[in-house]
Design a protein around this ligand. Structure first.
Ligand code: AMP
Length: 329
C-alpha cells in the first residue's frame, strides 16, 4: 500500500487555506493509503523561535485535525518533535543539498523579506527538513496546496540525489497530491493572493459564525462591473475563486452571470459566501470544542502516533546508515 504524508505548522489555528489545501485530502486518503499526518512543531521555529506554549499549540492542531475527520485508528497522527529520527535524516540530506538551490526557493525568499532580522539557517534549510519528514516514511504521495510545489520539487531532488550518490533505490520520489485535478490556492479576502497565517487574513476553523460573517462581509471589493462581460480585476477574481472553492457550482454560476450582465451586488454575493463558509465550518467548529477539552484523549493519540511514526522512521534510518556506512544499532 502506498504511503502518504502531510503536515501543518502549529503557529496558529487551522484556517480555510489549510483545510482546502491539505486537510480535506487527508480525510479522504486515510481510507485508501498508509497515512502519516504530523504537526510540524520544529518547522514553526523557523518563524516563531520562542513559542509561548508549543505543546499546547500542537494539541490544539491535533483537536482540529480530529474535528475535520482524521481517524487515529486509520492514520498515524504525530507531533514532529516526538520523532528524533527525522533530525538524523535532515542532517544527511543537508550534506547533499547546495546553498545555491536552497537560496532560489520562493518561500525562503518571501520569508526572508518578511523577517529580515531573522533569516536563519533553519528557514534556509526548511526544504530539507520537509524532505526528511517525507522520505523517512518513504511516502509516495503528499497532499499540499499550490504554495508548496517548489518545496516538493526539492524533496524529489533530495530523494533522487541520495539514490544517485549512494547507488540505491531506497527513496521513491514523492508526488504532490491534489484533492481535485489541480492545486488549490485559497485566496485572502483582504485583496491579497493567499490566505496565510503570517498574512493575518485567515478565516479559522474555530471562528464562530458571527466572526466568519464579519470577516467575509469585510472582503475587499471595488465599484462593481462597469461593462458587460468585462474581465474581473484581481481582488474580484479572488472573491470568485474563493466562492468556487467553498460554494456550490450553481451559486458560483449565478453570481458569475450577474457579473457578466453588470447586475452584481457585492453585498449579496458576500452574504451568500458567508453562509456557505459557515455551513462548512460550523460542524467542524462544534467538534473542535469537544476534542479540545479531552486532553487525555489527545495525549493518548499523540503517544500512539509517535510510536508508530518512530517505528517507520527508524526502519528507514537503519537502511540509510547501512547505505552510507555508519554503524547500525
Ligand atoms: P502551513 O499553514 O504553512 O503549515 O501549511 C500547511 C498546509 O496547508 C500546506 O499543505 C499548504 O500547502 C496548505 N495551505 C496553507 N495555506 C493555503 C492556502 N491559502 N491555500 C491552499 N493551501 C494552503
Amino acid at each position: 500500500m502506498e504511503t502518504v504524508l502531510s503536515g501543518i505548522r502549529p503557529t496558529g489555528n487551522l484556517h480555510l487555506g489549510n483545510y482546502y489545501g491539505a486537510v480535506r485530502s487527508f480525510v479522504k486518503m486515510q481510507y485508501e493509503y498508509n497515512c502519516f499526518f504530523f504537526i510540524a512543531d520544529w518547522h514553526s521555529l523557523t518563524t516563531h523561535p520562542t513559542p509561548e506554549n508549543i505543546q499546547n499549540s500542537a494539541r490544539t492542531i491535533l483537536a482540529e485535525y480530529l474535528a475535520c475527520g482524521l481517524d487515529p485508528e486509520k492514520a498515524t497522527i504525530y507531533v514532529q518533535s516526538d520523532v528524533p529520527e527525522t533530525i538524523e535524516l535532515y542532517l544527511y540530506l543537508n550534506m547533499n543539498t547546495y546553498i545555491g538551490e536552497l537560496g532560489r526557493v520562493t518561500t525562503f525568499k518571501e520569508k526572508a523579506r518578511q523577517q529580515p532580522d531573522n533569516v536563519n539557517a533553519g528557514l534556509f534549510t526548511y526544504p530539507t527538513l520537509m524532505a526528511a519528514d517525507i522520505l523517512q516514511h518513504r511516502a509516495t504521495k503528499v497532499p499540499v496546496g499550490k504554495d508548496q510545489e517548489q518545496n516538493m520539487e526539492m524533496a524529489r531532488k533530495c530523494a533522487r540525489r541520495f539514490n544517485n550518490i549512494y547507488k540505491t533505490e531506497l527513496f521513491p520520489e514523492p508526488q504532490n497530491f491534489y484533492f481535485a485535478k489541480e492545486a488549490v490556492k485559497v485566496p485572502g479576502l483582504d485583496g491579497s493572493g493567499k490566505m496565510g497565517k503570517s498574512d493575518g487574513n485567515c478565516i479559522y476553523l474555530c471562528d464562530e459564525p458571527k466572526v466568519i460573517r464579519k470577516k467575509v462581509m469585510k472582503a475587499v471589493t471595488d465599484l462593481g462591473p462597469q461593462t458587460p462581460n468585462s474581465p474581473k480585476p484581481e481582488v474580484i477574481q479572488n472573491l470568485f475563486n474563493f466562492m468556487k472553492i467553498v460554494s456550490a457550482e450553481d451559486t458560483y454560476n449565478y453570481f458569475d452571470e450577474k457579473w457578466n450582465d453588470c447586475t452584481l451586488r457585492y453585498g449579496d454575493m458576500k452574504k451568500q459566501l458567508a453562509e456557505d463558509v459557515v455551513a462548512v465550518i460550523q460542524p467542524i467548529q462544534e467538534r473542535i470544542n469537544e476534542f479540545a477539552t479531552n486532553q487525555q484523549l489527545l495525549d493518548n493519540i499523540a503517544r500512539m502516533g509517535a510510536e508508530k511514526a518512530r517505528e517507520s522512521a527508524a526502519a528507514t534510518l537503519r537502511e540509510v546508515r547501512k547505505i552510507i556506512g555508519f554503524r547500525v544499532y
